[in-house]
Design a protein around this ligand. Sequence first.
Ligand SMILES: Cc1cc2nc3c(=O)[nH]c(=O)nc-3n(C[C@H](O)[C@H](O)[C@H](O)COP(=O)(O)OP(=O)(O)OC[C@H]3O[C@@H](n4cnc5c(N)ncnc54)[C@H](O)[C@@H]3O)c2cc1C
Length: 424
Amino acid sequence: MPVETVDTLVVGGGQAGLAMSEHLSKCGVPHLVLERSRIAERWRSERWDSLVANGPAWHDRFPGMEFPDAGPDAFVAKEKVADYFVAYADMIAAPIRCGVEVRNVQRLVGRPGFQVETSDGVIEARSVVAATGAFQHPVIPAVVPGDAGPMQIHSSAYRNPGQLPEGAVLVVGSGSSGVQIADELQRAGRRVYLSVGPHDRPPRAYRERDFCWWLGVLGKWDAQAPAPGTEHVTIAVSGARGGQTIDFRRLAGQGMTLVGRTESYRNGVMTFAPDLAKNIARGDANYMSVLDEADAYVARNGLDLPQEPEARKIGPDPQCVTDPILALNLAEAGIGSIIWATGFTVDYNWLKVDVFDQKGKPRHQRGVSTEPGIYFLGLPWQSRRGSSFIWGVWHDAQHVADHISTQRKYLAYHASAKRETKVA
Ligand SMILES: Cc1cc2nc3c(=O)[nH]c(=O)nc-3n(C[C@H](O)[C@H](O)[C@H](O)COP(=O)(O)OP(=O)(O)OC[C@H]3O[C@@H](n4cnc5c(N)ncnc54)[C@H](O)[C@@H]3O)c2cc1C
């Protein structure tokens, strides 16, 4: 059986894979995208039902196409985001094969390129781009044993309040997923405990501009690495119900009980760090710093944006913050379920090449790995803060495609130089 060959193989047909395909096509690089499921599958089956994009439609998209049925300030529902990428793949005529899983990639011996074993046969590729995303493998810290009583799921498996057994819910994690899920459960009439760790919480909008705009003009999306000491600080934002600033005091005012970072579990009792007030204060400081920088930007550039002094009013700390619960007996609190909104890690078991450090993280520079011919796309902080988001990955793909194209030119030059030598 002749083995199928392709110049560049892109693994994953999410937004990263599509951005890669668009830029490879622009560079004239023959390629194939393999997606084990459907285009943008994670937006369809690995997010909760009510999820909308965290950024407005004018921002959370690729430059080449607007959302067809949404105004620029709308927060697009997750199914529509997936539909958008299907339409985008069509528009760029992406050479994509769905339903094909990549199971093993290893370097060919004695010649350049890689052997790629898929669920549909073997392919040889000169280059391979791992575009399998930053949010691949749900992380649930080993805190509560599986047989402890409450149902435990990761935020990626949460769909809606009706899926959970009766009773109160403990949501662990105060990033965008945790706060949105906790809020939804609270509104559905559940008693909710929310474990709040260190977080940023930019204002949803300030002086008539969305935070995506502010982070853009203030250069924060372009930050190349998290500030030292903030590596584990999550960002709490939401586009739900038209988009609102995440305000933990408001959530507490609705009846939600905030607790500090989840620490341990023993004999039915969950313990929380005494850091709740500190984490809330840290989030406030981040919120205020965006207002300060925005005001300075407006003044420096003489912009005509209305003042918004009420945005600076922060209410008193609720009782659950001033007198925090440090230990909670789950049965006595009636906790029927725990939702771990504790993030994701990457999973490159299929990539058998020497590009990973001791922690399993890819060694790379802006997606160009230390192993010639292997590339990554969509990694958190691949080149900047925006790298794992819709708009950011598109720009990173441009750089990776350019590198692949340049390498092809080196190889072509070598071949023609050899021919000339023969003639002489
Ligand atoms: C809850 C949540 C909400 C988010 N909301 C926003 C938002 O509002 N705005 C924003 O900009 N970003 C958002 N993001 C971040 C990011 O945009 C998404 O996570 C997005 O799905 C990442 O796209 P990707 O293409 O990098 O990876 P993925 O969407 O994960 O795509 C990777 C694809 O690779 C496929 N795949 C994996 N392994 C293999 C294999 N071995 N062979 C073949 N195929 C494989 C998968 O099936 C998948 O379709 C959100 C993330 C989460 C978790």
